[in-house]
Design a protein around this ligand. Structure first.
Ligand SMILES: *[C@@H]1O[C@H](CO)[C@@H](O)[C@H](O)[C@H]1NC(C)=O
Ligand SMILES: *[C@@H]1O[C@H](CO)[C@@H](O)[C@H](O)[C@H]1NC(C)=O
Ligand SMILES: *[C@@H]1O[C@H](CO)[C@@H](O)[C@H](O)[C@H]1NC(C)=O
Ligand SMILES: *[C@@H]1O[C@H](CO)[C@@H](O)[C@H](O)[C@H]1NC(C)=O
Ligand SMILES: *[C@@H]1O[C@H](CO)[C@@H](O)[C@H](O)[C@H]1NC(C)=O
Ligand SMILES: *[C@@H]1O[C@H](CO)[C@@H](O)[C@H](O)[C@H]1NC(C)=O
Ligand SMILES: *[C@@H]1O[C@H](CO)[C@@H](O)[C@H](O)[C@H]1NC(C)=O
Ligand SMILES: *[C@@H]1O[C@H](CO)[C@@H](O)[C@H](O)[C@H]1NC(C)=O
Ligand SMILES: *[C@@H]1O[C@H](CO)[C@@H](O)[C@H](O)[C@H]1NC(C)=O
Ligand SMILES: *[C@@H]1O[C@H](CO)[C@@H](O)[C@H](O)[C@H]1NC(C)=O
Ligand SMILES: *[C@@H]1O[C@H](CO)[C@@H](O)[C@H](O)[C@H]1NC(C)=O
Ligand SMILES: *[C@@H]1O[C@H](CO)[C@@H](O)[C@H](O)[C@H]1NC(C)=O
Length: 594
């Protein structure tokens, strides 16, 4: 009896090792306690989502190939999933933290994400993906550093600074959700936050007294890497720092051709690294500004994020007007040309020499083409919904990946159309049938009147073209077949298209969605299912031991012992002890003690 028990644990722990600690790569662990706190970023007390009591959450800072474990304890009054935006989760969509791949973590439960950050280096972020929670916080930066043996295309910066910018409502996320459910628009946001803080009082009329602002301290004569992420709901933001150039160096895991910008448009869900030289004379502090784009400036003046860059030798406060936003109200190509100017540095080394199969993506034959077209919101079955190609996605109660694993039928249809439907729109769980090792061209056509950004999980795709009007076959003549940037989130201007190419080499079920949170909430998303027809465990990791069950598989879910102190339950403790023993006996300890 005792022997068979020992054997059982032995097997459990072998699979535990194989699951997420394969290879001798260090394990880095985080504990995330997700709860509500009260904060007043815009002077109005409101309920926000904090991680370990912090708003925004802590930065995850790891090195490529690290195994990362994040034990997420859900202290909210509703279910939760954390999505690691831009982290490719290679071979393991099980860890992606969206409803198509994971059952939600129930209120009061905890669940541990285990994944390896592989084949990518750069700036990413995480956020809660359910129930409109991102509008209430729960987000934070996610840095993947290079290993020492891999050079980076610039001198090691003197400091590393994460800046989260985003529009913000003083209504809480359940109130916002209620508005959307009732078919209403959210209206203009109440402000733009910089690292969870409201604007510096640069103007007494526009900014009330008593608001806490973000202040970033720097030393003169240094170079800082600043990583800027738009974590907001739906507003495109122009980012700039008074009197300073922003030398663009990296975007969502790709090194760019290094160019100076006085300001850069950062759309919802996008991430950029800039190298900032503190080369000014510090006669005053300097404004850091994130202002709304493509809006009527006079109405949106109050909705501007303002922080402070403070040199240690600064002689006084920042004064005077903010540095101006681009004056391009009548020039809709200005912003698009700026987007096109962001190029990939094809000679810089990456996390792996050959991202997505080839540097020379322009010479790979496309094997499948999808035109994904949105429209302004419309009514489907009496409810206001958002669509992609005429389909409004309905999240299944059993996650798609889990349904595949247990061969649960009729959870979804693998029939997402290659071209937009022409008939009436419908609400459905329709998924794209991706071909493993195929090379897919996706044309994102924005037929809406507002800006959208589209994000794809599991991959970095090449942004090869964008233009106004309807895409046609002739548009291919304008594609950048050489140094289009590889990233995970691209903007699509209203009335315009963006074309991306993606090498489907990552097996799993991967979310593709608008980052515009209200449209996403109302159904503008789908998934790409990529299956290796060959039965092997090499191209996809097995289902994790701790997988949660829900929907048709609810019966398989064991109840979780709930306690605020959370002592591991007896079985787990045994397993832990045995695991420790195993580590010692197998000489694995050094691997885990980094
Ligand atoms: C919940 O947290 C405890 C420790 O706090 C840990 O032992 C346990 O594995 C976690 N459960 C899951 C499902 O991750
Ligand atoms: C591209 O990367 C290479 C290699 O690191 C570097 O030497 C070069 O300066 C970079 N080019 C540009 C334009 O940023
Ligand atoms: C991340 O960790 C590296 C050391 O591994 C450190 O140099 C860097 O400053 C850290 N970045 C942040 C934002 O904490
Ligand atoms: C969220 O907002 C709604 C509507 O204003 C309010 O009734 C509710 O109490 C708020 N919830 C919390 C926890 O603040
Ligand atoms: C503050 O903003 C108001 C409204 O835009 C403007 O009229 C006023 O001139 C500004 N004050 C200063 C000191 O710039
Ligand atoms: C960018 O601007 C800085 C000054 O802020 C300058 O030193 C540097 O040479 C510029 N780099 C490029 C690539 O233009
Ligand atoms: C500092 O630079 C500003 C322009 O950036 C200039 O107007 C000012 O005179 C300079 N001050 C000193 C003390 O050099
Ligand atoms: C911008 O808003 C202001 C104030 O609401 C209004 O007077 C003005 O007509 C608007 N301008 C445009 C171009 O819509
Ligand atoms: C791509 O397609 C062309 C013509 O259809 C063919 O000649 C060529 O060999 C293909 N290239 C590759 C790499 O498969
Ligand atoms: C999905 O695509 C594969 C080829 O990649 C094909 O064999 C299969 O029949 C397709 N499934 C459906 C339902 O269309
Ligand atoms: C939306 O599509 C229709 C039909 O193709 C076209 O007439 C209209 O101009 C498009 N609108 C936008 C904003 O793209
Ligand atoms: C894959 O691994 C699972 C257990 O993790 C095992 O049951 C299955 O037989 C393996 N499949 C193959 C094809 O090796």
């Amino acid at each position: 009896m005792a022997l068979s028990k020992a054997l059982f644990f032995f097997l459990v722990n072998i699979s535990f090792l194989l699951t997420f600690s394969y290879a001798a790569d260090p394990l880095v662990s985080y504990n995330f306690e997700v709860s509500y706190i009260t904060a007043s970023p815009l002077g109005v007390p409101q309920q926000v989502i904090a991680i370990n009591g912090e708003f925004p959450g802590p930065v995850i800072n790891v090195t490529t190939n690290n195994n990362v474990a994040v034990n997420v304890r859900n202290k909210l009054d509703e279910s939760l999933l954390i999505h690691w935006s831009g982290i490719q989760q290679r071979r393991s969509s099980w860890q992606d933290g969206v409803l198509g791949t994971n059952c939600p973590i129930p209120s009061k439960w905890n669940w541990t994400y285990n994944f390896q950050v592989k084949d990518q280096i750069g700036s990413f972020f995480y956020f809660p993906s359910l129930h409109f929670q991102r509008a209430a916080g729960g987000f934070g930066g996610f840095i993947v550093n290079n290993r020492e043996i891999i050079p980076i295309p610039f001198d090691t910066p003197d400091g590393d600074i994460v800046i989260l910018i985003g529009d913000w409502y003083t209504r809480n996320h359940s109130a916002l959700r209620k508005d959307l459910d009732a078919g209403k628009d959210l209206g203009m946001p109440d402000g733009v936050l910089i690292n969870g803080k409201g604007p510096y009082r640069y103007n007494d009329t526009l900014v009330p007294d008593g608001i806490d602002h973000e202040k970033i301290e720097v030393h003169p004569g240094k170079t800082y890497r600043i990583r800027v992420h738009n974590v907001g709901v739906s507003t495109s933001l122009n980012f700039r720092i008074q009197s300073h150039n922003l030398l663009l160096a990296e975007s969502e895991g790709s090194y760019t051709v290094q160019q100076n910008y006085t300001s850069l448009d950062i759309h919802v869900g996008q991430s950029y690294s800039f190298l900032l030289s503190t080369d000014q004379n510090a006669s005053t502090d300097y404004y850091i500004v994130a202002s709304a784009r493509f809006v009527n400036e006079s109405r949106w003046q109050r909705v501007t994020g303002v922080g402070i860059l403070h040199y240690t030798n600064s002689k006084g406060n920042a004064v005077g007007p903010l540095p101006p936003a681009p004056d391009d109200q009548y020039d809709k190509t200005y912003s698009m040309n700026q987007a096109r100017s962001i190029r990939w540095n094809v000679s810089a080394s990456g996390a792996r020499p050959n991202p997505q199969g080839s540097f020379r993506y322009g010479s790979i034959n496309v094997t499948e083409i999808y035109v994904l077209k949105n429209k302004p919101l419309e009514k489907i079955g009496g409810k206001r919904r958002a669509t992609l190609s005429g389909l409004s996605f309905v999240n299944p109660s059993t996650p798609i990946r889990l349904a595949d694993q247990f061969k649960v039928k009729e959870v979804y249809k693998l029939n997402f159309p290659t071209k937009p439907l022409t008939g009436p729109s419908r609400a459905e769980t329709s998924v794209i049938n991706g071909t493993y090792r195929g090379f897919m061209e996706i044309i994102l056509q924005n037929n809406d009147t507002k800006m959208h950004t589209y994000h794809m999980s599991g991959y970095a795709f090449f942004v090869v073209g964008m233009d106004y009007g309807d895409w046609s076959e002739n548009s291919r003549g304008t594609y950048n077949k050489w140094d289009g940037i590889a990233r995970s989130t691209t903007q699509v201007y209203p009335g315009a298209w963006t074309a991306i190419l993606v090498s489907l080499d990552n097996v799993g079920v991967w979310n593709i969605r608008t980052e515009n949170l209200d449209s996403w909430y109302l159904g503008q998303e789908t998934y790409i299912r990529v299956v290796n027809p060959e039965a092997t465990n090499k191209t996809e990791l097995p289902m994790p031991d701790n997988a949660l069950f829900c929907g048709a598989l609810q019966k398989m879910q064991k109840p979780q012992h709930i306690s605020s102190a959370a002592p591991p339950i007896k079985g787990n403790r045994l397993k832990l002890l045995f695991f420790t023993w195993l580590m010692f006996t197998c000489g694995l300890v050094p691997i885990f003690l980094h």
